[in-house]
Design a protein around this ligand. Structure first.
Ligand code: AP5
Ligand code: MG
Length: 198
């Protein structure tokens, strides 16, 4: 993928955290207050699945297994969504659920733009599992069941934790205790983002 010139000045915050840590919930609150564009890799992939394309069917099977889909597909979906939102005036982006493995971060930053910060929602697996099983009663998500949740935790530990360590080494990680209520967590997020002066 050739570097994309239109995005070279974009302000990007990666949003990471285990499955059910509250990435999507907090991003909604951040968008309402700070006006950043929210792009969730999982939502983009689910939209592709919903389109009924052959690629969508392949993606669904991978998501059902709790593993990661191929880097090129995710990066392309995010790049296209950023270009569309950028053309509509967005200057800042919350990239939720990406990068989930080191190579995703490396490719994004070399082909699109370096990130300004990484927002990391930290919470125990017990709490995340409870949230996901509760959501699973109504969400219809193929991955909100006990077996897939276990696999999603493993994938997070093995592949995504090293990403967080990598960005900690660069001093870019904003770690938030995500075990409290949505309002409590957002209170911490606001303090951190205000200090960042976006
Ligand atoms: P993705 O959609 O990103 O799922 P995830 O990371 O497992 O996380 P969730 O979206 O389930 O949780 P969340 O952290 O957004 O929490 P939420 O706010 O919804 O990815 C799904 C799959 O797609 C992956 O497994 C993979 O296969 C594929 N994929 C995605 N990105 C990829 C990538 N970059 N590369 C390769 N493959 C990729 O909250 C969860 C629930 O908890 C909700 O019901 C909410 O109401 C509740 N809740 C939230 N906050 C609180 C709180 N503080 N207290 C109580 N309840 C709360
Ligand atoms: Mg989400």
């Amino acid at each position: 993928m050739a570097p994309v010139d239109q995005l070279k000045d974009a302000k990007v915050i990666f949003v990471l955290g285990g499955p059910g840590s509250g990435k999507g919930t907090q991003c909604e609150r951040i968008v309402a207050k700070y006006g950043l564009a929210h792009l969730s890799s999982g939502d983009l992939l689910r939209a592709e699945v919903a389109s009924g394309s052959e690629r969508g069917n392949r993606l669904k099977a991978i998501m059902e297994s709790g593993e990661l889909v191929s880097l090129d597909i995710v990066l392309e979906l995010i790049r296209d969504a950023m270009l569309a939102r950028g053309a509509a005036g967005a200057k800042g982006f919350l990239i939720d659920g990406y990068p989930r493995e080191l190579e995703q971060g490396v490719r994004f930053e070399s082909e699109l733009v370096p990130c300004k910060a990484v927002l990391f929602f930290d919470v125990s697996e017990e709490a995340m599992q409870q949230r996901l099983l509760k959501r699973g009663e109504t969400s219809g998500r193929v991955d909100d069941n006990e077996a897939t949740i276990r696999k999603r935790f493993q994938t997070f530990q093995q592949l995504t934790k090293p990403v967080i360590e990598h960005y900690k080494g660069q001093g870019k990680v904003i770690q938030v205790d995500a075990s409290g209520s949505v309002d409590e967590v957002f209170g911490q997020v606001q303090k951190q983002l205000d200090a960042l002066k976006l």
